[in-house]
Design a protein around this ligand. Structure first.
Ligand code: NFS
Ligand code: SF4
Length: 662
C-alpha cells in the first residue's frame, strides 16, 4: 500500500526534522524523499557530508600536496610556520598545480566521452555497427565543410568516415591547433595565439598538465595556470564541441519540445528504468528498447502497465532535449530516485554516479546495472555495453528491469507528486530558428534594453548548498532583471523543476524580457542541453559576436555555476573565462590558500583574457555581480545601462559582493 498523500508531507510537528530537510533542498519532491530516507534509516549524501564535517582546511584552501612521496605536505597559507613543502613548493605553486590537475581531469572526462562518440561514429560510417545511423545530414555536411572534407560525389557514409578520421586527429595533434576554435571570433583566436594558449591536440594538453604538475617540473603559478586555460579551451572548442556535434549527427540536433521533470515522472504502475550518467550512445538505445513490442508484452505479463524510461544527470539531458524523455532528477537526486522504491533498474555508464548507489539499491529491489568498460561500482549487475551489440544489450538490460518488476515492494513505494512541465531543446540552430534565421531580433532587443543581456548558468548540485537554492534564486533574479538565461547540465534540471522552462515563466520576468518571450513564444530560460553542450553556449556567443563584428568579451554576457562540484565544472570555468565571459562561482574553489592565484583568477585575468572569475556563495549577490558586469558591457557599447535593479540584494555597498569571502 502506498502511504496517503498527507502522510507523505513533511511533519509540521517536527521543526528540527523540517528545518533540517528544508536546509538540504528547496525542492518539495526531494524533501519528501529525504524524509522517507530518515524514516527508513537510509543514508544519503547529506548524512555523509555531515559526518565529514569539519572538512580539512588545508584541502579547502588548496594547500596540500601529495605529488611525490616525500610528502604529503601541507603548507601554511600565511607562510609562517610551514611556508614551503619539502621540495620548496610554496602555497602559490601548490594551489596552481592542484588546480591544473583538476582542469586536466575535467577536460579528460568531457573529451574521452567525445572520443567514444567519434569511435562509434566511425564504426557506423564503416558499416560495422547497425544500431546507429546518420540522423542530421545537414550537420554532417556542414561539419565536413568546416574540416575541409569535400562531399561531392561521395555517399554520406564516406563523408562520415573521413570526418571521423579528421575528428580523431584532433585528439592527437602534436603541434598544429585544433580546428573548432575557428568558430570563435578572430579577435579571440588572435588573443589565444598571442598568449600561446591556442590549444593543440586535446590529449596532448591533458598529458602536458600531468607532466607539468609532476614533482619538479612547472613551478611558476602564472605559467601553470596559462596551461590550465589552454587545456580548458581544448575541452570546449575540442572535446565538448566534438561530442555535441557528433551526437547531433547521430541522434539529431535538438529542437524545442515539451516534457516533464522531477521524481514525480516515475510511474506507479509501469516498469521504471532510469538511465544515469553521460553518454547518449547507451541511453538512446535504452529509449528504443523500451518501445519494443515484445518487451512491452513481457512487461504486461509481469503485471506492469508499460515501460517508463527517465533520465538522471546529463545522459538524461541528452535524451530529454532530443526526444522529450522525462528527467527524474539531477545529480544530487540520484539516491532519492532509488529511495522512491519504484525503480526497477538504474542503468549507469560514466561520470557523476555515486558509488553509494550500489549499497543503496541493496535496500530496495532496484538493480544497479553498470555498462561501461571504463567504470564499475560496488554491487552492480554488470552488463557491458559495446556498440556492435547495442540493440541486443539494451534489450537485455530492459528485460532485466522488467523481470525485476514483480519484486517491487508496494509497502516501500512512495513516488512524490511533483512533476513539472518544461520546454527544452534550444540548440543554437533552434534558437536561430525561433529568431527567424538571424540573430538580428535578439540583437535589437538587447540594443533596446528589453533584453539586458545573456546569463549563462550551468553546473552541478553540491551538498554544501541547499539543493536548488543557488540555481533557482540566481536564475530568477536574472530573469526578473531582463537577462535572458541559457542553461545546461544540472542547472537546467533545477530550472525545469522550479517551473522556469515554460513560456509562462516569463510572467515573473522583467517587462522587457517578458514581452520578448511572449512574441517569440519561448521561456525566459533556454535549456541548451547537457554539460558538453555548454559548447553550444559559446558557439551562440560567437555567432552573436561575429554578427556584430566584436569579441565575445564585448558582449553583455555573464556566466555562473551556482552549485558546482565536479572537476568538469572547473574545466568549463577555465574555458568560459578564457573565451571572454566573466563567471561567478557559487561554491568556493580550493584556491584561497594563495593570494597570488586568487588575485590572478579573480582580477588579473581581466588583463590577460578580458574576463575573470568571481566567487560568491549568495545567489542574490551573485546575480547582482552578473548584472553589474552586463551593465558595464552595455555602457561600453554605448547602450543604456540605467535600466534599474529589481532584486533582493539592494545594498551592494554594505557587503561588497564577491569580496565577502576573500
Ligand atoms: Ni555536468 Fe552533467 Fe550534473 Fe555537474 Fe555532473 S551531471 S556533466 S558534472 S553534476 S552538471
Ligand atoms: Fe611535498 Fe613537493 Fe612532494 Fe608536493 S611535490 S608532496 S610539496 S615535496
Amino acid at each position: 500500500m502506498e502511504p496517503e498523500a498527507d502522510e507523505k508531507s513533511i511533519d509540521p510537528e517536527c521543526p528540527i526534522m523540517h528545518q533540517k530537510i528544508y536546509e538540504k533542498s528547496i525542492d518539495p519532491a526531494s524533501q519528501t524523499m529525504l524524509q522517507k530516507a530518515e524514516q527508513e534509516g537510509i543514508e544519503t549524501a547529506w548524512d555523509r557530508y555531515e559526518r565529514q564535517l569539519p572538512q580539512c582546511s588545508f584541502g579547502k584552501l588548496g594547500v596540500c600536496c601529495r605529488n611525490c612521496n616525500m610528502g604529503p605536505c601541507r603548507v601554511d597559507p600565511l607562510g609562517k610556520k610551514k611556508p614551503k613543502g619539502i621540495c620548496g613548493a610554496t602555497a602559490e605553486i601548490i594551489v596552481a598545480r592542484n588546480l591544473l590537475r583538476t582542469i586536466a581531469a575535467g577536460a579528460a572526462a568531457h573529451s574521452d566521452h567525445a572520443r567514444d562518440a567519434v569511435l562509434t561514429f566511425k564504426k557506423m560510417s564503416e558499416g560495422k555497427i547497425q544500431s546507429y545511423g546518420i540522423i542530421d545530414e545537414v550537420k554532417l555536411l556542414s561539419l565536413a565543410y568546416e574540416y575541409g572534407i569535400p562531399a561531392e560525389g561521395k555517399s554520406h557514409e564516406e563523408v562520415a568516415a573521413e570526418l571521423a578520421d579528421a575528428l580523431l586527429q584532433e585528439f592527437g595533434k602534436q603541434n598544429s591547433p585544433i580546428l573548432c576554435t575557428r568558430r570563435a571570433p578572430n579577435s579571440r583566436l588572435k588573443l589565444w595565439t598571442k598568449l600561446g594558449i591556442e590549444p593543440r591536440g586535446i590529449d596532448r594538453e591533458i598529458v602536458e598538465c600531468m607532466h607539468r604538475t609532476n614533482m619538479g617540473v612547472d613551478n611558476d603559478a602564472t605559467h601553470i595556470l596559462l596551461q590550465g586555460l589552454r587545456t580548458g579551451l581544448s575541452d570546449d572548442w575540442g572535446g565538448s564541441m566534438i561530442a555535441t556535434d557528433v551526437q547531433d549527427i547521430l541522434f539529431g540536433t535538438p529542437q524545442p519540445k515539451r516534457s516533464t521533470v522531477n521524481l514525480g515522472v516515475l510511474s506507479r504502475d509501469k516498469v521504471n528504468v532510469i538511465v544515469h550518467g553521460h553518454e547518449p550512445i547507451l541511453s538512446e538505445m535504452i529509449v528504443e528498447a523500451a518501445e519494443d513490442p515484445e518487451l512491452l508484452k513481457l512487461a504486461q505479463e509481469k503485471g506492469a502497465a508499460g515501460i517508463n524510461v527517465a533520465g538522471i544527470c546529463c545522459t538524461g539531458n541528452e535524451i530529454l532535449v532530443r526526444h522529450g524523455i522525462p528527467i527524474a532528477g539531477a545529480f544530487i537526486q540520484q539516491e532519492l530516485a532509488v529511495i522512491t522504491g519504484a525503480v526497477e533498474a538504474m542503468v549507469v555508464d560514466v561520470q557523476c554516479i555515486m558509488p553509494s548507489l550500489g549499497y543503496l539499491t541493496g535496500c530496495y529491489h532496484t538493480k544497479l546495472i553498470s555498462t561501461s568498460p571504463k567504470a564499475d561500482f560496488p554491487r552492480t549487475v554488470r552488463m557491458e555495453f559495446h556498440e556492435e551489440r547495442a540493440h541486443e544489450t539494451a534489450r537485455e538490460i530492459v528485460r532485466v528491469a522488467i523481470e525485476n518488476f514483480p519484486f517491487r515492494n508496494p509497502g516501500k513505494v512512495n513516488i512524490p507528486e511533483e512533476k513539472q512541465e518544461c520546454v527544452v531543446g534550444f540548440s543554437v540552430e533552434a534558437i536561430l530558428g525561433v529568431l527567424g534565421g538571424s540573430p538580428d531580433p535578439l540583437v535589437e532587443a538587447v540594443k533596446r534594453g528589453s533584453v539586458r543581456g545573456i546569463g549563462a548558468v550551468i553546473g552541478c548540485d553540491n551538498v554544501k548548498i541547499t539543493h536548488n537554492f543557488g540555481h533557482v534564486n540566481l536564475v530568477k533574479e536574472l530573469i526578473k532583471n531582463n537577462v535572458l538565461v541559457v542553461t545546461t547540465g544540472c542547472n537546467a534540471i533545477a530550472c525545469a523543476e522550479a517551473g522556469l522552462l515554460v513560456p509562462e515563466a516569463s510572467e515573473i520576468a522583467g517587462d522587457g524580457l517578458k514581452a520578448v518571450c511572449k512574441v517569440l513564444g519561448i521561456p525566459p530560460v533556454l535549456h541548451m542541453g547537457s554539460c558538453v553542450d555548454t559548447s553550444r553556449i559559446l558557439v551562440l556567443a560567437s555567432v552573436l559576436a561575429n554578427y556584430l563584428g566584436m569579441d565575445i568579451s564585448d558582449l553583455p554576457v555573464a556566466g555562473a555555476a551556482p552549485e558546482w562540484m565536479s572537476e568538469k565544472a572547473v574545466s568549463i570555468g577555465a574555458y568560459v573565462v578564457s573565451s571572454g565571459v566573466f563567471t561567478v562561482l557559487g561554491t568556493v574553489p580550493p584556491i584561497f590558500g594563495s593570494q597570488a592565484v586568487t588575485a590572478l583568477l579573480t582580477r588579473d585575468l581581466n588583463d590577460v583574457v578580458r574576463a575573470c572569475f568571481a566567487v560568491e556563495t549568495d545567489p542574490f549577490k551573485a546575480a547582482y555581480l552578473m548584472l553589474e558586469h552586463i551593465d558595464g558591457k552595455r555602457k561600453a557599447l554605448g547602450l543604456d545601462s540605467g535600466i534599474g535593479y529589481n532584486g533582493r540584494f539592494t545594498d551592494p555597498n554594505r557587503t561588497p559582493p564577491g569580496l565577502s569571502l576573500l
